[in-house]
Design a protein around this ligand. Sequence first.
Ligand code: MN
Length: 193
Amino acid sequence: MTGKPEEYAKKRDFLRTPEPGLDEGKAGDRPVFVIQKHDARRLHYDFRLEVEGVLRSWAVPKGPSTDPKEKRLAVPTEDHTLGYKDFEGVIPEGEYGAGVVLVWDCGPYRNLREGEMSMAESIEDGKVEVWLEGRKLRGGYALIRTGKGEKARWLLIKMRDEEADAARDILKTDPLSAISGRGIEEIRRASEG
Ligand code: MN
């Protein structure tokens, strides 16, 4: 399957938003993850995993944690085009997701259930386990679906391994972009010219 995230395209007017169109972005040797800090109506973090040509996506209101005891709500959102992994900028007022987007972390990942289930199957199964090799986040992370039907919800949880650190508050200590070193306000100002 080569992803054509139609819902992604439907929600956006590419004449108005600087977000990437459907044909941007190429797959590399290894699948990647990206976590975007998104200062929209409410600040949140978007967790995305490259799976079969698209970025499967969850919005995480409180962002990721390095503490295995923290279970962070992760709300599934529409698949994003692969080119989105490099997107940093300002979505204009009136457009879907209006606000500032910053690439908070990115890097390759491994499917820890490889051999048992593909990534697409893991998501279907409601149990995703990946090893992140980010610039900030490293080690195992699980996305777990609990409950059924309308009550189903996903949780993002740090797995217990040598990269876990309950004492760290990484969202506070490392707030800037992993690719440009910029903060939210700097990106906002740059777009105002
Ligand atoms: Mn978002």
